[in-house]
Design a protein around this ligand. Structure first.
Ligand code: AMP
Ligand code: ZN
Length: 487
């Protein structure tokens, strides 16, 4: 473990001076820390090695768009940290839970090994999240590949009397850890009364939770000093963090549903397994994405799969929709939200398309944009600043336009927007066959016009209009867009 960390550390390249030093005095990054219940100025333990971990998906099915919310939110933070500290100074681990009852059930139903299921859905997940503009995290640890680390950590917890073995199980001893409940601020009695803990005869206290348990017959098993079995979910994350990044870390993230019990338990395990000083400097949690007045969730059945959406709507518009609200507030997922997001990007790409002859005079984001994004990732405010820059790009004098174009591209780029060529954006929403057919008609129309066959040119335009395609003629030819793409 230590050697892996050492190797990773040494592989780092020197940190590029990403940020213009004249701007570095502008505004410190502040982040809302769930532990402190307030915004705090962010300072990593080591600015040359900034660490972030986010709890990832259980890969037994396609991810829904609610699962994509933490991915996109923490991708924004990953990009901001890379901008502030340098690309190579930020280590981001987002795990994959590939040991789970639902995975086992699906593997048994299909008569295949669990890896067949998890490989299939992990590949789809990575593709879908890439379409939403999410950069691949530095590490994507899997529970099945961290088994030695998980067993070693449980062993240390037993040794430190923070855990005990009983009837083939190993349980965390919540009574031995005075700070249990500190993150979620759940008083012990509430936790039990709320029936959020399983009652079992082998538990010394109802709030004690499983670190290791026997597998059900037919399910995968791993050897351990406490018998064959499999780990509990919480210990997987603590061990994956320790192995991929080393404890403590700077930022730990996930959805608000994970604060209790998952993150409370993760922290208890880490602190009691020889990392007493600190587990995570900052705890960050995104609000729920709701659909039809309820949290989008597989168990409620009210899901829209990201896997389906990315085939129907440009990924950049979905990313925009996920960032329209502040990450800590609930977000209502509607068709209108998607349509408005697409129109917002039409507006920004439209300004860029009309300014193709303008040469940018800067490659730095605007100060107002930075101030917004560094204020606990205020994306709604940051997006408002993008519109302000687009207006300047349309109405300013030459110097203003040159600055505004550079700032618009750099600001948008910092959070994963506006990097496509405007023509490519306006051609989005059409499938490849349709695009080829439209391109062919446009070439034919240009030829017809050159040959002064205006009747044919008009007929082609009418055909394109019927296909909902708008043709924009320009001195070098013609570009097109779908006027009202199906969503
Ligand atoms: P799961 O696969 O349910 O463990 O969720 C993976 C990640 O998605 C976790 O960080 C969850 O907190 C988050 N998540 C799940 N459902 C939602 C939702 N409806 N809105 C926002 N985040 C969610
Ligand atoms: Zn986790």
């Amino acid at each position: 473990m230590a050697s892996l960390r050492g190797a990773l550390y040494m592989r780092r390249k020197p940190i590029p001076a990403t940020r213009d030093p004249s701007i570095s005095v502008a505004m410190p990054l502040t982040l809302y820390d769930t532990m402190a219940r307030e915004k705090r100025a962010f300072a990593p333990r080591d600015p040359k090695r900034v660490t972030m971990y986010v709890c990832g998906p259980t890969v037994y099915n396609y991810a829904h768009i609610g699962n994509a919310r933490p991915v996109v939110v923490f991708d924004v933070l990953f990009r901001v940290l890379r901008y502030l500290y340098g690309d190579d100074a930020v280590l981001y681990a987002a795990n994959v839970t590939d040991v789970d009852d639902k995975i086992n059930a699906k593997a048994q139903a299909e008569g295949v090994p669990i890896a067949t299921i998890t490989d299939r859905y992990l590949a789809a997940y990575n593709n879908d999240m890439a379409q939403l503009g999410a950069l691949r995290p530095t590490f994507q640890p899997k529970a099945t590949e961290t088994m030695d680390g998980i067993i070693a950590m449980i062993g240390r917890l037993v040794e430190n009397r923070a855990a005990y073995a009983a009837e083939g199980h190993v349980l965390f001893n919540t009574q031995a850890f005075a700070d249990y409940g500190r993150l979620s601020r759940h008083p012990m009695d509430d936790m039990i009364a709320g029936a959020r803990v399983d009652i079992a005869p082998y538990k010394q206290h109802p709030a004690d939770f499983v670190l290791w348990k026997p597998s059900k017959p037919g399910d995968p098993v791993w050897d351990s000093p406490w018998g064959q079995g499999r780990p509990g979910w919480h210990i997987e994350c603590s061990a994956m963090i320790e192995e991929a990044l080393g404890l403590p870390i700077d930022i730990h993230g996930g959805g608000v549903d994970l604060i209790f019990p998952h993150h409370e338990n993760e922290m208890a395990q880490g602190l009691c397994a020889d990392h007493a000083e600190e587990y995570a400097r900052f705890w960050m949690h995104n609000g729920f994405l709701n659909f039809g007045d309820e949290k989008m969730s597989k168990s409620l059945g009210n899901v829209v799969l990201a896997h389906d959406l990315v085939k129907q709507v440009p990924g950049e518009a979905l990313r925009w929709a996920l960032l329209v609200g502040h990450y800590r507030a609930p977000l209502e997922w509607t068709g209108d939200l998607i349509e408005q997001s697409r129109k917002s990007l039409d507006r920004l790409y439209g300004a860029l398309r009309r300014a193709q002859d303008v040469t940018s005079s800067t490659s730095e984001p605007s100060r107002k944009f930075l101030a917004a994004i560094e204020d606990d990732l205020n994306t709604p405010q940051a997006m408002a600043e993008l519109f302000a820059l687009a207006s300047e790009l349309e109405t300013g004098d030459a110097a203003v336009r040159a600055r505004a174009k550079g700032e618009l591209l750099a600001s948008g780029g910092l959070i994963g927007f506006l990097q496509a060529h405007p023509d490519v954006w306006f051609q989005g929403g059409a499938d490849e066959d349709l695009k080829a057919r439209i391109d062919a008609l446009i070439v034919e129309r240009v030829t017809a016009r050159r040959e002064k066959d205006f009747a044919r040119a008009d007929a082609i335009r009418a055909e394109l209009t019927a296909m909902n395609v708008e043709v924009m003629d320009n001195p070098t030819g013609a570009t097109w867009r779908i006027k009202d793409p199906a969503s």
